[in-house]
Design a protein around this ligand. Structure first.
Ligand code: M6R
Length: 608
């Protein structure tokens, strides 16, 4: 399950704190939610299928009291999203409540064993075995019951537990799924990510695997294998307001519009006054970078698309052979590690289960790992040998937008950095590349100034049930990303192809009803791209073309055209994707889809 967990112990209104936390975590899962609290030694739970607002409406009919509580927002893996399968789950006697993020792989075995002893299970969720098992061990402290329970659980999990037997505590345990403790004064919090903690505290402790925390309003005690461990309290620099909609209708739209600012931030943080690119968390920890002779990039979804673009840059300018793989495939390949090869992991969240598993597998084979992550303090951040932060701030919309741009710019800057380091890039060329990067923010602003025109085109095509996206070279991944954006938020089937591949099969799809989005900025393959668009036109396909400002030649081939500023060809993926993000957004709006929380998805995919 990819879910959100929150918890609070302290004097403030339990209901508000848990609900605000769940709302801020709802991008992690949003098919049902629930809370449990203890008041006067008695446990109560409230659960509801649907979005958090359903739970909120239910809670209005009750007075929620108590100073210890946990909450959960669910993305279903085992069992449909109904009230029974919603968390928190209770033990057999209803004295223990638990919320869980992850998957308990051996739950059928545990369930059967407990059923034989007379336990009655109310749901079909794997998670329900957790409070049942804890209850069976509750003859000492809650803490020792949790310790015994987790020894029996197989799989990945983050759990938070409260019990009538220990009414002032929340006990949490992490094995494979993220869990963060927010440290307050006379109050403490837990959450699956920092986003839910930001309105309350900026002091956080990241739990590592196999760590347990016993949390009361005055104290946080962390243990590993029974021994107390001292953990660093980290300060979060993000501002709570950054995770608000700030007047936009949706987070996605706000995040699309933040892309110029994000690119300015990256430039300010990574390029020195002397025009040198620097990454302090890489230079200090990965001194062997100079010797690298192959990169293997692995990532999922949108992050994989930025990896595909990165390959072009790293090979062309740094002259380093680069492979790109989807993490869920890579982790089961029998990777061969050779000297001086480095794994690059790309991830917005830094928690994606498949990408994280690859990192661990790679490290076990003695690869060095460099991660590009947005979430500071995330598991990938902590487990990688070197880290490049993508500085895009909290990204809440499930469809990744600003972090894609941030990953691309960071990969380009990294290419310059490594090219200089290895001597494969002349100083003159590197300077030119840096000058180009500095133009990105103003070009993004100019594309965003054209939003109305893109909306008009979206309004024209929103009833089409299928789209094809084509591009070449660095803009082939743009075609993949444009198609992914459209399908994930509007539920319209869309596929991206390298334009040259059309004639090998996909061209059979083209008829007068099929819109084909052609990403065709000026480039060394521009004429080839024109030929491919001609092929589409010859079969009466409708063409929506992304072209370079001033390109009049292409107009005769376009049913609709969106211009992007004239820019060095390599960097066009950073610009050409923006109209596609807006196109997907406005189609989804026209179809009345929930763009920030599309069905069946979750922002942070913490299960395999
Ligand atoms: O957090 P990550 O970058 O590791 O996430 C990878 C994918 O799950 C993510 O990019 C996903 O494809 C987005 N929904 C795309 O918009």
């Amino acid at each position: 399950m990819m879910c959100g967990i929150v918890g609070y112990t302290g004097p403030r209104g339990m209901e508000t704190i848990l609900l605000v936390g769940l709302e801020r975590l709802s991008y992690r899962g949003y098919d049902s939610s629930g809370i449990a609290t203890i008041y006067n030694g008695e446990l109560s739970t409230w659960k509801k299928p649907g979005k958090i607002r359903e739970l909120e409406a239910t809670l209005k009919n009750f007075t929620i009291k108590g100073h210890v509580g946990i909450g959960h927002t669910r993305w279903a893996t085992h069992g449909e999203p109904n009230e029974l399968n919603a968390h928190p789950h209770l033990g057999n006697e209803g004295k223990v409540a638990a919320v869980h993020n992850g998957i308990i792989e051996n739950y059928t075995h545990i369930k059967q064993k407990l059923s034989e002893k007379g336990h009655i299970f109310r749901s079909v969720s794997d998670s329900e075995v957790i409070p049942h098992l804890i209850e069976t061990y509750l003859n000492g402290s809650l803490e020792s019951a949790v310790e015994k329970t987790v020894k029996e659980l197989e799989g990945s999990f983050a759990i938070a537990v409260i019990s009538e037997s220990d009414p002032d505590k929340i006990v949490v345990y992490r094995k494979g799924s993220p869990l963060i403790i927010g440290v307050g004064k006379g109050e403490n919090f837990i959450s699956s990510d920092v986003n839910a903690l930001m309105p309350h505290t900026k002091e956080v402790i990241y739990l590592d695997d196999d760590e347990m925390a016993i949390i009361s309003k005055e104290n946080v005690i962390i243990k590993k294998s029974g021994n107390i461990v001292q953990k660093k309290v980290n300060h979060i620099s993000w501002d709570a307001a950054q995770a608000e909609k700030s007047g936009y209708d949706h987070y996605m739209l706000k995040e699309i519009h933040e892309q110029a600012t994000v690119s300015r931030q990256i430039i300010a943080k990574s390029i020195s006054k002397q025009n040198k690119v620097g990454f302090k968390h890489v230079e200090s920890s990965m001194t062997y970078l100079e010797k690298v002779n192959r990169f293997i990039i692995q990532a999922c979804g949108t992050s994989w698309h930025s990896g595909l673009v990165g390959k072009y840059w790293l090979e062309q300018y740094a002259r380093i052979p680069t492979e790109v793989d989807i993490s869920s495939e890579f982790r089961y390949r029998h990777m061969i590690s050779r000297e001086n090869e480095i794994i690059i992991a790309l991830s917005q969240s830094g928690e994606t289960a498949d990408t994280l598993a690859c990192i661990r597998e790679a490290k076990s084979k003695f690869f060095n790992v460099l991660s590009f992550v947005n979430s500071k303090g995330s598991t990938m951040d902590r487990e990688s040998d070197g880290v490049i932060y993508t500085h895009s701030g909290p990204e809440i919309g499930v469809a990744s937008t600003k972090n894609y741009i941030a990953q691309l710019i960071s990969l380009y800057l990294f290419t310059i950095f490594i090219g200089r380091l290895k001597g494969t890039l002349s100083e003159e060329k590197a300077d030119k590349m840096i000058q180009s990067v500095k133009k990105i923010p103003e070009y993004i602003d100019s594309i965003l100034g054209n939003t109305d025109a893109i909306k008009t085109i979206a309004d024209k095509y929103y009833l089409s049930r299928e789209f094809v996206f084509i591009g070449r070279g660095v803009n082939y991944p743009t075609a993949l990303e444009g198609a992914l954006k459209l399908k994930e938020i509007s539920y319209i089937h869309a596929t991206g192809y390298p334009a040259g591949e059309l004639k090998h099969g996909p061209i059979a799809l083209i008829d007068a009803k099929l819109p084909v989005v052609c990403i065709a900025p000026q480039s060394d393959t521009y004429n080839k791209m024109i030929a491919n668009i001609e092929e589409v036109k010859a079969r009466k396909g409708k063409t929506i073309i992304i072209a370079t400002e001033g390109d009049t030649q292409i107009q005769s081939l376009a049913d609709d055209i969106i211009y992007i500023p004239s820019f060095c060809h390599d960097l066009t993926p950073i610009l050409s994707v923006i109209p596609l993000q807006l196109f997907a957004y406005y189609i989804a709006i026209k179809l009345d889809c929930d763009v920030d929380q599309p069905r069946n998805l979750a922002k942070s995919v913490t299960v395999e």
